[in-house]
Design a protein around this ligand. Structure first.
Ligand SMILES: Cc1cc2nc3c(=O)[nH]c(=O)nc-3n(C[C@H](O)[C@H](O)[C@H](O)COP(=O)(O)O)c2cc1C
Length: 225
């Protein structure tokens, strides 16, 4: 796919076909994604690719704990509630997704069902758990590096007809993921990426998230005009 078309058409996918993803295809995607830049070429990432029964166990346990009122337990420090413009954008995408899914504002049960889908990583056939070497903590730069890798994975997947959604929800209970995927203690679980063939009948998959304009996010210094 032409690069600009690839970037402009990609969107997060939250509804997947059951169809398994061949391991060779995932390896191909990762081989492209590791071309991402990293600070001083440290390439501090590890990718644990889950499917089948181990992934089902993660989903099951995540859902059990979270629906029993369990608290978020992530390896990385996360910001609390968003405020101001960030909160506004967060609400906007939620509204778009709920509208596409026909979930009414007051329909608490369906909203909760959507949250649970998130904890199940949208029932995607594959979940990639991204980690980095603990010795690099505290890790603003290493987080940046993993962000670059993540976007590379999403684009390389989209280019091959596969959908993804980077999601924090799937690793909300990092200790469960660590245990089921047998992730070593010297790695920090950063995020996960759900992946699979998009279900085109799933209406939330058609949602295109809004972006600010260049004029809103950039300023130019030293230019003639
Ligand atoms: C670090 C990160 C965490 C995310 N976590 C979630 C999540 O838990 N659940 C979800 O539905 N989407 C999640 N997303 C996807 C964003 O909502 C999505 O990228 C954003 O709304 C822009 O939409 P687009 O990817 O379709 O362009 C996450 C994205 C990033 C980069």
């Amino acid at each position: 796919m032409d690069f600009e078309h690839l970037v402009r058409t990609r969107r997060s996918v939250r509804g997947y076909k059951k169809q398994p993803v061949p391991r060779t295809l995932i390896e191909e995607i990762l081989a492209v994604a590791v071309a991402a830049p990293s600070s001083m070429n440290t390439q501090p990432w590890h990718v644990h690719v889950l499917t089948g029964e181990p992934l089902e166990r993660v989903r099951r346990r995540n859902t059990e704990v979270m629906s029993a009122g369990g608290k978020v337990n992530r390896d990385i420090v996360t910001h609390g509630e968003y405020q101001g413009v960030h909160r506004h954008r967060q609400v906007e995408i939620a509204k778009q997704l709920f509208a596409a899914m026909g979930i009414a504002r007051e329909d608490k049960a369906m909203r909760q069902d959507w949250v649970m889908r998130g904890f199940r990583q949208f029932d995607a056939p594959v979940s990639m758990v991204l980690t980095y070497d603990r010795e690099l903590d505290p890790g603003a730069v290493v987080h940046f590096d993993l962000g670059a890798l993540s976007y590379g994975i999403c684009l390389a997947a989209w280019d091959r007809g596969l959908g993804t959604v980077i999601n924090g929800q799937g690793i909300m209970r990092s200790e469960i993921v660590r245990e089921e995927a047998d992730i070593p203690a010297n790695e920090v679980i950063m995020t996960c990426i759900a992946m699979g063939y998009p279900d085109d009948d799933f209406s939330a998959n058609r949602v295109k998230a809004h972006r600010e304009t260049v004029a809103q996010i950039a300023r130019f210094v030293g230019f003639a005009e």
